[in-house]
Write a protein that binds this ligand. Structure first.
Ligand SMILES: Nc1nc2c(ncn2[C@@H]2O[C@H](COP(=O)(O)OP(=O)(O)OP(=O)(O)O)[C@@H](O)[C@H]2O)c(=O)[nH]1
Ligand SMILES: [Mg+2]
Length: 317
């Protein structure tokens, strides 16, 4: 009935000690921790424990991951039903088939359980239940989005931890309308921290009877993001491209994109062309894989005297 004194340790949840101590009783932090108010979840056998649960990652879990190497957070933005979760799940399934994303191979995941529960919807393993799309991402999952994790190893052996946000579309529509809304906390967090963005424009909706509101919604998201993006790689993803919108609507969205985020690229994706789901993720991943080059330092000339020119920088005569 105890808990650990370390904030990042969830040993009382049945996970292993974050410092790796197999027997909790031996851990000095465990013995100084307070008591638990509720009964603990029965722990798994010692030998089977790892320091993560497999579910979507929260902020405390990121601390365990970031020291391993460069972490890339990709913000996946778009209205409700735009196809965000489908895009992510599709990439996971393609990686499992051995395909590469941005020339990098699958090298593990801390959120296998979360991936699998999404992928289970798309698999055909029960004749009575045909494969379907993953369900709507619930809004009530806390203010910080569930982060899906993929470890990737690039062609030169370079390792990246990729974090993909799987957030409910309402967060972004809310944030686009009112930036400081209380329930837009998650969207603000993503936009502040992401290394690159995918913004999904739902072709099916842009082609259907709801095209007016859909067009305004995507324009608002683009304009809002444009105020914060500051040169970070961004791609507009025409999702559900198997149901293309009219050229007029497409041009309208394009004009909004050029005005708000001039450096953004465009890519189309559809579940009818599985490879296109990978291309869509690559549109954000490739430009973010390497950190932006540092700007070279310019040392100002403060004294135009021969003595100060000994470093030979700005050739005085
Ligand atoms: N025609 C077509 N429909 C698609 C495609 N991808 C997704 N859909 C449909 O879009 C619906 C929503 O997909 P999701 O991936 O759950 O959308 P989401 O953006 O995660 O939605 P929220 O989590 O509610 O914000 C699915 O139920 C499918 O019906 C596609 O490529 N083509
Ligand atoms: Mg979703």
């Amino acid at each position: 009935m105890k808990r650990c004194s370390q904030d990042a340790c969830f040993a009382d949840d049945g996970e292993v000690c974050c410092l790796g101590t197999m027997d909790r009783a031996e851990c000095p932090y465990w013995s100084t921790g307070g008591s638990l108010s509720e009964a603990p979840i029965s722990p798994s056998p010692l030998s089977a424990r790892v320091s993560w649960s497999g579910c979507a990652l929260g902020l405390a879990d990121l601390a365990n991951l970031t020291p391993r190497g460069r972490t890339l957070l990709i913000g996946v933005l778009g209205a409700h039903d735009a196809g965000k979760t489908t895009l992510l799940t599709g990439n996971y399934l393609e990686l499992l088939r051995g395909l590469q994303i941005a020339d990098a191979r699958f090298a593990g995941s801390r959120t296998l359980q979360a991936w699998e529960s999404l992928a289970a919807w798309a698999r055909f393993d029960d004749a009575a239940r045909p494969p379907s799309f993953p369900p709507h991402t619930p809004r009530g999952t806390g203010r910080i989005p569930g982060l899906l994790h993929l470890a990737l190893r690039g062609p030169r052996g370079d390792f990246r931890d990729l974090l993909l946000t799987d957030a409910p579309g309402e967060w972004f529509t809310r944030w686009a309308v009112q930036e400081d809304a209380v329930d837009a906390d998650g969207a603000r967090w993503i936009v502040r921290h992401a290394d690159a963005f995918l913004v999904l424009a739902d072709c099916e909706r842009l082609a259907g009877p709801q095209r007016g509101p859909a067009r305004n919604a995507i324009r608002q998201i683009l304009e809002r993001l444009g105020n914060h993006v500051h040169g970070r790689p961004t791609a507009l993803v025409w999702s559900k491209a198997d149901k293309p919108p009219s050229d007029t609507i497409r041009d309208h969205v394009r004009v909004a994109l050029r005005q708000a985020i001039p450096h953004a690229t465009e890519v189309e994706c559809s579940i009818r062309q599985r490879q296109s789901l990978i291309y869509a993720l690559e549109a954000a991943l490739r430009p973010a894989w390497l950190p932006p080059p540092a700007r070279s330092l310019l040392e100002p000339v403060l004294h135009a005297e021969p003595f100060s020119a000994f470093r030979g920088f700005h050739g005085h005569s």
